[in-house]
Design a protein around this ligand. Structure first.
Ligand code: SF4
Length: 709
């Protein structure tokens, strides 16, 4: 805005995947003064959660990285950019394109993601670009792709309100998607007949809304949903017409599910048979059912199968593509979906095209007119850090994420970053556990400065607007990437002056050689003027000639993105978690978010009001387990796991007694690290175990031991 009086600007919250619209007032002195929910944003209609409402308190210049740093010394942009470009060029020349990698983030805007992906896949010629969304929703992506032929979320938020049965699996939405949860609460209040079931090893704040809570044994979701298929088949719950006309592969699934009787399910999931039967009965008898799922499903060695077992049940009962029905994966981060759209995962090309499809590779390379195109799937997050540790990858650029705290197996990540010949970190903060390994640190703009688009859990693209000037010497991520690309000698392809130009190029790619078949069709947004881009209203993809106002729900016409046009049933075989307990490591450690903190607290940690809910890390334990070990509330305990090189880890947490979780299981929040607490982060207790299909790490099921300090 360039007016001199106060002005109101609409943007989006930078935290979770709900993607709430936010209005901020810029006062006469060009400072942000008032912040409120945007009343006409379809994600939140004016609501904000406590994190969003405290955004201005986290927006100070304190703790910002303000100038480039090279080998720990302040530098200038030209030197820093050239240092990065020269090293990447040298490594590629000596060891090939597979010897470098980018590890990016669901906190980047779509335009940032687009150019990072373009540089790595179209110019460097490797697909070694992966994102922290790998830790968040890659299992959901893989499951949608297997079932529907594309990474396409069928539902919208309105479905959560108009449904008759809402099932929440592995989701503490009350804390992790608070505004969406408020919408669910309101819907149930307005419609007392609406039923809610929560499925989670812990009874959480979300379970308080539930008519029934199923405290299943962690990792047994596939058994539960396979049992539901069997129940549907035995109780006239199958939609045979839908199965016959719209899907394929049901017989194999039914064969696999026949063994899952109520008794076997109850025994495997370690819950009352009556609870299981009630859940199955409700699913079977209710016309409109939404199953919303989150990290408890995705962060698992069988995450993809878990999600497919849920999708199978919706396909078998014809509860897909209808108002108030569908399998709905809730996105963790604000732009995990935007990143997926432009190829932020190592196994995808931009615009949901596949690396292993030669036609898709040709389409992308031709459109970009790039010198090359990655010809094989790149390194997924866990493998990427493995290859850094073994020395195969010699230079890595980490953008807007803190893998030392968020990745599993912290010891390995530290070893890898120490060994790497060049670690580049671009971030908006000046201190975190990963930045301490940076050879080159590049200051990036943060929320209120960044300008571009994000996509939320319901496929809704919204503008995040640049309101304030950049702090210090910070640059936008897309600018930093384009500058490095040009310094590497890639003059063409990165000559962007505004995020609108990048958005426009991306929109063009969604139509390239489309023949009307591409799931991610944004042709309706082609050629936006600067004014139209800036004024872009939140809109759900696809946006095309037949849906110029966007698309609320997918698959309403029963046509899917598979070659046959039919949805695929996937045979899902129950497999227990990989990190199993032993006599030496007898407890299962679950992890998750708290209501008022975000990720590794680099931003929310700045607002004192956000510590009133929980001011310090903790370990929650069932009182009976504590009794058995003669432990009591507030005792400090040391946690350790079998893969750690020292018998005792440096992870010490105060105990909180909590009978809302199962015996033998522990819970700790993910947010704290050595930067913000004396105790280390708990993700170091997790091994590299990950889903064979999606590569998503198992961050909900470590086997640990604890001792009183
Ligand atoms: Fe921000 Fe998520 Fe809260 Fe909305 S629900 S205000 S997007 S943190």
């Amino acid at each position: 805005p360039n007016t001199s009086g106060p002005s109101l600007v609409t943007t989006t919250c930078p935290y979770c995947g709900v993607g709430c619209g936010v209005e901020v007032t810029l006062d006469e002195s060009r400072q942000l003064s008032v912040l409120q929910g945007s009343s006409d944003h379809p994600a939140n209609f004016g609501r904000l959660c406590v994190k969003g409402s405290k955004l201005l308190e986290t927006n100070s210049i304190n703790g910002r990285l303000l100038s480039p740093m090279v080998h720990g010394e302040p530098s200038d942009w030209q030197t820093a950019t050239q240092t990065v470009a020269d090293k990447f060029k040298q490594v590629i020349a000596e060891h090939g394109p597979e010897s470098v990698a980018f590890y990016v983030s669901g906190q980047l805007l779509t335009e940032d993601y687009y150019v990072a992906n373009k540089l790595m896949k179209g110019y460097i010629g490797s697909a070694n670009i992966d994102t922290n969304s790998r830790l968040c929703m890659s299992s959901a992506v893989a499951a949608y792709k297997r079932a529907f032929g594309a990474d396409a979320v069928p539902c919208c938020y309105e479905d959560l309100e108009v449904t008759e049965l809402l099932i929440l699996v592995g989701s503490n939405a009350a804390w992790t998607h608070p505004v969406l949860f408020q919408r669910m609460e309101r819907a149930k209040k307005l419609n007392p007949d609406m039923r809610v079931i929560t499925i989670d090893p812990r009874k959480t704040a979300t379970s308080e809304l539930a008519d029934s809570h199923l405290p299943i044994k962690p990792g047994t979701d596939v058994a539960l949903f396979n049992g539901l298929i069997q129940y549907l088949s035995q109780n006239s719950g199958l939609d045979q017409k839908y199965i016959d006309s719209v899907t394929q592969g049901f017989d194999v699934v039914l064969d696999e599910c026949k063994q899952w009787t109520l008794d076997l399910v109850a025994q495997t999931c370690d819950i009352d048979k009556a609870l299981v039967e009630n859940f199955y009965h409700l699913f079977c008898e209710t016309e409109k059912v939404v199953t919303a799922y989150c990290m408890g499903v995705n962060q698992s060695t069988s995450g993809t199968d878990k999600a497919n077992s849920i999708i199978n049940c919706h396909l078998a009962s014809g509860k897909v593509g209808k108002v108030g029905s569908g399998p709905f994966s809730l996105t963790g981060q604000p732009n995990a979906m935007g990143g997926r759209e432009v190829g932020g995962l190592a196994n995808m090309l931009a615009c949901h095209m596949d690396i292993d499809n030669p036609e898709h590779r040709q389409t992308v390379q031709t459109y970009w007119q790039s010198p090359t195109i990655a010809s094989k799937v790149g390194l997924k997050a866990v493998d990427m850090f493995d290859d850094i540790e073994t020395g195969k990858v010699k230079a890595v650029w980490i953008m807007a994420t803190n893998p030392m705290v968020s990745m599993p197996n912290r010891e390995k990540i530290a070893k890898a970053l120490k060994k790497c010949e060049m670690v580049v970190v671009s971030d908006c903060v000046d201190k975190n556990d990963t930045l301490s390994f940076a050879d080159v640190a590049l200051p990036a703009t943060g929320w209120s400065e960044k300008d571009g688009t994000v996509t939320n859990s319901e496929r809704r693209i919204s503008r995040q607007r640049g309101i304030m000037p950049a702090s210090g010497q910070a640059k936008h991520d897309w600018q930093i990437i384009c500058d490095v690309a040009k310094a590497m000698g890639f003059e063409q392809g990165f000559d962007f002056n505004h995020p609108r130009e990048i958005f426009d190029e991306y929109v063009g790619l969604t139509q390239a050689d489309n023949n009307g078949k591409r799931d991610l069709d944004l042709s309706g947004l082609a050629g936006l003027s600067a004014r139209a881009y800036d004024g872009l209203k939140p809109i759900q993809w696809p946006v095309n000639q037949s849906a110029p106002e966007g698309t609320k729900r997918l698959f309403t016409n029963d046509k899917f993105y598979t070659p046959s046009g039919k949805a695929n049933f996937l045979k899902t075989v129950f497999t227990p978690p990989e990190q199993v307990t032993t006599n030496d490591y007898p407890f299962v450690l679950n992890s998750g978010r708290l209501r008022d903190q975000w990720h590794t607290m680099t931003r929310t940690g700045k607002a004192s009001a956000l510590t009133s809910h929980f001011s310090r890390p903790f370990l929650a334990m069932h009182p009976k387990d504590a009794d058995a070990m003669a432990l009591k509330e507030h005792d400090l305990v040391n946690l350790t796991a079998g893969h750690l090189s020292h018998e005792q880890s440096d992870i010490c947490l105060p105990l909180v007694l909590d009978d809302k979780q199962r015996k033998g299981e522990l819970f700790a929040p993910i947010h704290w690290s050595t930067t913000n607490s004396a105790s280390s982060n708990i993700t170091g207790l997790y091994t590299d175990a990950n889903d064979k299909i999606s590569g998503q790490p198992e961050l909900k099921h470590a086997a640990v031991a604890l001792t009183k300090v």
